[in-house]
Structure formats: C-alpha cells, structure tokens
Design a protein around this ligand. Structure first.
Ligand SMILES: Nc1ncnc2c1ncn2[C@@H]1O[C@H](COP(=O)(O)OP(=O)(O)OP(=O)(O)O)[C@@H](O)[C@H]1O
Ligand SMILES: [Mg+2]
Length: 100
C-alpha cells in the first residue's frame, strides 16, 4: 500500500552522476567523480566524508557557485528543475570566449 506510486511524492532533490572539475595548469582536475543522491521533501540528509572528499564542491556546483571555467556534468534536479545543464551552458560559453 505505502509503495503505491500515488503515495510517493517526487524527490525534492535528485542528483545523478554529478561530476565537477577545476581547470589547472595541466588540464582539468576532477574533484567530484560521480555522486548520486535523492532527498525526499521534509527529510534531512547529512553528507559525511573526509576533508577534501568533495562535500562542499558538490553542493556549490548545485548553487552555481564554483569559479568560472569549472566544469560540472551529470544531473541535479531540484523540484524537477535541472540545475546542471544551466551551469554547463555558462561554462561552455566561458570556454569559447577564452579560446576564440
Ligand atoms: N576553487 C578550487 N579550485 C581547485 N580545486 C578546488 C577548489 N575548491 C576545492 N577544490 C578541491 O576540490 C576537492 C574537494 O574539496 P571540498 O572543499 O569539496 O572538500 P570537503 O569534502 O568539503 O572538505 P572539508 O571537510 O575540509 O570541508 C579538494 O581536493 C579541493 O582541494
Ligand atoms: Mg567542505
């Protein structure tokens, strides 16, 4: 009964295969290498990991707060709205303006 789809609300946040890289002198360095998580409305999710494991970078990627030129791929939907595609478009435009 509780597994019935009409009783399950859509996720508030759904992250699939999120990756984030920073541009360095030897190309891109990958700081986040594919995370998946789902957060249901009204729930609280704690993210735990060693220092430098990418907790802050993952969340800053969602908030579009990484430095210009950083590369974010994968998917993160907040309330059904895709957040990553937008960031990718900005990054691509920035890269094109630098190389052109
Ligand atoms: N602006 C940046 N440019 C290049 N590398 C970065 C940048 N910001 C973070 N990094 C690198 O990304 C990796 C992940 O860092 P992050 O800050 O997400 O770790 P964290 O899990 O939040 O660590 P902590 O528990 O210490 O807060 C680290 O290797 C860090 O050095
Ligand atoms: Mg941190």
């Amino acid at each position: 009964m509780l597994q019935d789809p009409k009783f399950i609300s859509p996720p508030l946040l759904e992250i699939k295969g999120l990756r984030a890289s920073f541009r360095g002198s030897n190309g891109y360095a990958e700081a986040v290498r594919g995370i998946d998580l789902t957060l249901q409305p009204g729930k609280v999710l704690g993210i735990v990991g060693e220092s430098g494991s990418g907790k802050s970078v993952s969340m800053m990627a969602l908030l579009q707060l990484l430095p210009a030129g950083s590369l974010v791929t994968g998917s993160a939907k907040f309330g059904g709205r895709e957040l990553v595609a937008w960031h990718r478009a900005i990054s691509a435009a920035f890269a094109a303006s630098r190389s052109g």
